[in-house]
Design a binder for this molecule. Sequence first.
Ligand code: GDP
Ligand code: CA
Length: 352
Amino acid sequence: MGVSHAPSPDLTAPDGATPAARSIVALSGGVGGARFLRGTLSALRAGALPGVAADASVTVVANTADDWWIHGLKVCPDLDTVMYTLGGGIDVERGWGRDGETWATSEELAAYGAGPEWFGLGDRDIATHLVRTQMVEAGYPLSAVTAALCRRWEPDVELLPMTDDRVETHIAIADPEEASGRRTVHFQEYWVRMRAQVPAEAVVVVGLDRATPAPGVLEALAGADLVMLPPSNPVVSVGTILGVPGLREALREGPAPVVGVSPIIGASHVHGMARQLLDSLGVEVSAGAVARHYGARAAGGVLDGWLVADTDADQVAGVEAAGIACAAVPLLMSDDAATGRMAAAATELVLR
Ligand code: GDP
Ligand code: CA
């Protein structure tokens, strides 16, 4: 008895149009990147991203230069923020760490005077760090550890660290008590303890020049139909990812259009502290200046398209003059629906 098959779905767009994008790569930091990805995924799965197939695969390449060791634990803040956010385990109010968190371990450590008291390590979160640390000490590369952790969270993306190598952002700050007049602190101390209140004299990403992209990163970029840069920090999130040798070239020479979303609205960074670090690079704090800092792909940079906020419409002409397609739309990620509309504007800009 014959079996009749329904005709297979036509995966190509009508004649003349570009086929729908089926594989997306995004380069992400922590809170800003994760929020963008969650809204993007909900729009994507609803078929609401112009030019993108609803079942497209998404690979997220996350920054690992914020990673550090504390109390013998390997902590990867940006990987965990993306994993928890997309896996439904994030504390939504805080934007980082686990929901339903308790803090008994940190309180006990504080009672011993065993700091640092400024770095939040919740009890549930510590379980993640324990599993990761055990696996790392057993010799597994971070990419394999991340894949193992994601088997629990099922984030609906393939989550890759930018590199398996140890890379750490350090910030040089002025210190008159030092003979050299300056002192270097780990990024976490600068960001969390000092809240970036002291001017950064330099950003030094230790180990970056010797790092290699994690397994799967270059392959994902070579097979991508679209690359997205969420509104993550251009210096210490996207900047460090692009600094992994070979990664910027893979974006520039790869087949996929690259579209980014400005993390700067007006002359400010909405949430977070991006402004302080842009100052240290000498990049003006504006949506247009960040786009020109990334540069047009056609002119040796990484961008084909860039979204600025509707209130920054005066920046569009300057971005276009630099060879980057640009549109002005609302860029506040107030909820997933608003974020999904941002993502739709981004795909529309480069995939039509
Ligand atoms: P981190 O690793 O936790 O610092 O997070 P990311 O590097 O991924 O993103 C932080 C950046 O996201 C901040 O510096 C802001 O510039 C940006 N950001 C946060 N909320 C919003 C928003 O609602 N809209 C836009 N356009 N950018 C935002
Ligand atoms: Ca981060």
